[in-house]
Design a protein around this ligand. Structure first.
Ligand SMILES: O=C(O)c1cc(=O)[nH]c(=O)n1[C@@H]1O[C@H](COP(=O)(O)O)[C@@H](O)[C@H]1O
Length: 243
């Protein structure tokens, strides 16, 4: 099974903070750290922030979670495909037609810019959602696991590379998807008592045991007194015997 380096969600306010983290992570020359650039950084600093990360040799996960009508998503993905990110996101809730359009746009944009084909991942159910929200607010009848499983099945059928889910659902997803389908899992905490706004959380070691291909970790690293120490501890816990 393919296991990626931990994906560090660089959810910070200033460019200076982002660049400081990029510098620290890119100093780890033994591994290939992955930085996740999300809406906060991208909306503030635009494509230049992707170039800053790539210029330091970092692998970029561009997490903008596109969710709109197929035509809009396809055209926007074409723009994003040119940026050279290795992973890009959309929402499975947009439906298979939208996901197929997303993939078409992304691959066309990457090809036109002479970039390698990025992997496209779809969010199943945000890890800040639990069964109560699913039933009481979203009026979804089945279990959360069933909703995530269905989203993963549709994502694979649309030709995407994988999903974003909680590691808690990976085993169920593996029952309905092929062996190469990726499960990328945020909601990671070393201390499960400190969930912040997350609902479905596991430790890095649990994510490994449950079969995650990659973990996404933000605040446990960005808010740590020593972010590199936290990164290395989480990395060791997730990569386990692979190191
Ligand atoms: O797409 C994502 O990366 C994502 C999906 C999801 O369901 N839950 C989720 O937390 N994320 C992202 O993962 C990161 C988690 O951050 P922390 O909770 O600080 O570790 C954030 O950047 C979220 O945007």
């Amino acid at each position: 099974m393919q296991r990626f380096e931990p994906m560090v969600a660089v959810d910070v306010e200033t460019k200076q903070e982002a660049l400081r983290l990029f510098d620290k992570l890119s100093s780890d020359t033994d591994h290939q750290p992955i930085v996740k650039i999300g809406m906060e950084l991208y909306y503030a600093f635009g494509p230049g922030i992707v170039r800053e990360a790539k210029g330091r040799g970092l692998t970029v996960f561009l997490d903008l979670k596109l969710y709109d009508i197929p035509n809009t998503v396809e055209r926007t993905m074409r723009v994003l495909g040119a940026l050279g990110a290795s992973f890009v996101t959309t929402h499975a809730a947009g439906g298979t037609e939208m996901m197929k359009a997303a993939k078409r746009g992304l691959l066309a944009g990457a090809a036109a810019a002479g970039r390698r084909q990025p992997k496209l991942l779809a969010v199943t159910k945000l890890t800040s959602i639990d069964e109560q929200i699913l039933h009481d607010e979203q009026k979804v009848a089945g279990t959360l696991i069933e909703a995530v499983q269905n989203a993963a099945h549709l994502t694979e059928a649309a030709g995407l590379d994988g999903v974003i889910c909680s590691a808690q659902e990976v085993e169920a997803i593996r029952q309905v998807t092929g062996p190469d389908f990726l499960c990328v899992t945020p909601g990671i905490r070393l201390n499960l008592d400190n969930k912040d706004d997350q609902k479905r959380v596991v430790t890095p070691a649990q994510a490994r045991e449950l079969g995650s291909n990659a973990i996404v970790v933000g605040r446990p690293i960005t808010l740590a007194k020593d972010p590199m120490k936290a990164y290395n501890e989480i990395r060791q816990d997730f990569m386990g015997e692979q190191d």
